[in-house]
Design a protein around this ligand. Structure first.
Ligand code: C5P
Length: 300
C-alpha cells in the first residue's frame, strides 16, 4: 500500500520578543525563527478513520504526546480533510527526532509534515499559500515548520516572512527528558512581565548579523523573553545554560518555552567539541545540528 513520508524540522528562535497577552489569549510575538537539522518524520497511509502511532529515536517524554484525535498531526489531517472534502481517513506514523515539549516546536513540525503528507496522499495538491493558512489555524509555529529556513515571525508567530542569511550555523542542543508546558511558561511570563509592550519588535542588529554571517554578533544578539519565566519554573536550567557558555559557545539561549538549551558555535568542529564536553556532565541528551534547514519535505 502506498505510503507518503515527510520530514519537518525543529525550530530555534534567535530572538523571541513577547508582548502583552491579547484579547484572544495569545501573546503578540516578534521573533526570528530558524529551522535546524533535527527532524521528525511523518508517514501517512490511507485508512478508514484517523489514527496515529508515535515512536522516538531516543529517550523522550513520549507519554506527553497524545495518540488520539487531539494529536496535532491528526488534527492537521482532520482539518485538511474537512476543508477540502476528502472522503478518506489516514493512519499516521510519527518518528520523533525533535524533543517532546522541549520548546523546539516538535508538535508543530508533525502537523506541518502531516499536512504535506496528506496533501500528497489524497491528491489535494494545494498551493503553499493555502497550506500556510491551514497551518496557521493549527498553531502559531506550524506555518514556519512548513516554510523552514530563517524567517521573521509576527502576529502570534503565525505570520512568517523569510529573511536572507549568508552562512551556515551550527547549534548545540542540550535536551531535557522532562518537558515544560508552553501555556504554563506564558502564564509565568504574564506574572513576571505585567508591563510587556503591545507591539514587540525584532531588533535590527540580529537581521544585520544574519545577513553578514557575523556569528559573534549573532551570539551577542540571542534573546528570549520567555527565558526568565522558564528559569523561574525550572531554576536548574540556569546551570545548564552556564555550562555551555563556559564551553566558549558564542551564545547560550533557551529554546522557545524551554527546557531545551541551545548554544551557538563557530562551526561543525567546534560544535562537536562542545557536544563532547557537555555530554560529560550528564545533564541530558546533547547533539549538534546545522541551520538553516529546509521546511517540511516529502521523502517518498
Ligand atoms: O499556537 P499554539 O497552539 O502552539 O500555542 C500553544 C499555547 O502557547 C497557547 O495555548 C498559549 O497558551 C501559548 N501561546 C501564547 N502566545 C503565542 C503562542 C502561544 O500565549 N503567541
Amino acid at each position: 500500500m502506498r505510503e507518503v513520508a515527510v520530514t519537518a524540522p525543529a525550530k530555534v528562535n534567535l530572538v523571541l520578543r513577547v508582548g502583552a497577552r491579547r484579547p484572544d489569549g495569545y501573546h503578540a510575538l516578534a521573533t526570528v525563527y530558524q529551522a535546524v537539522g533535527l527532524h521528525d518524520e511523518v508517514a501517512a497511509r490511507r485508512a478508514d478513520g484517523f489514527s496515529v502511532e508515535v515512536r522516538a529515536e531516543r529517550e523522550m517524554a513520549l507519554a506527553e504526546v497524545p495518540t488520539d484525535h487531539s494529536n496535532l498531526a491528526v488534527r492537521a489531517a482532520l482539518l485538511l480533510a474537512a476543508r477540502h472534502g476528502v472522503p478518506e481517513g489516514v493512519h499516521l506514523r510519527i518518528r520523533k527526532g525533535i524533543p517532546v515539549a522541549g520548546g523546539m516546536a516538535g508538535g508543530s513540525a508533525d502537523a506541518a509534515a502531516a499536512l504535506v503528507a496528506c496533501d500528497a496522499l489524497w491528491g489535494t495538491q494545494l498551493p503553499q499559500e493555502r497550506l500556510l493558512e491551514i497551518a496557521a489555524e493549527l498553531g502559531s509555529d506550524v506555518p514556519f515548520a512548513l516554510l523552514g529556513g530563517t524567517a521573521v515571525g509576527t502576529g502570534r508567530g503565525e505570520v512568517v516572512s523569510p529573511v536572507p542569511t549568508s552562512r551556515r550555523l551550527w547549534w548545540v542542543i542540550l535536551e531535557s527528558t522532562v518537558g515544560l508546558s508552553t501555556p504554563e511558561v506564558y502564564r509565568e511570563f504574564d506574572r513576571l512581565r505585567p508591563d510587556a509592550p503591545p507591539d514587540p519588535q525584532v531588533p535590527e542588529g540580529v537581521l544585520t548579523a544574519l545577513r553578514d554571517g557575523d556569528v559573534a554578533g549573532l551570539g551577542a544578539a540571542l534573546h528570549n523573553d520567555l527565558q526568565a519565566a522558564a528559569l523561574s519554573l525550572r531554576p536548574g536550567l540556569a546551570g545548564h545554560l552556564e555550562h555551555g557558555r563556559v564551553g566558549s559557545a558564542h551564545g547560550a539561549v533557551l529554546a522557545g518555552s524551554g527546557p531545551t538549551c541551545l548554544f551557538l558555535t563557530d562551526g561543525q568542529a567546534h560544535a562537536a567539541e562542545l557536544v563532547e564536553r557537555l555530554s560529560s556532565h550528564g545533564l541530558g541528551h546533547v547533539s549538534c545540528a546545522p541551520a538553516p534547514a529546509a521546511g517540511a519535505l516529502q521523502l517518498r
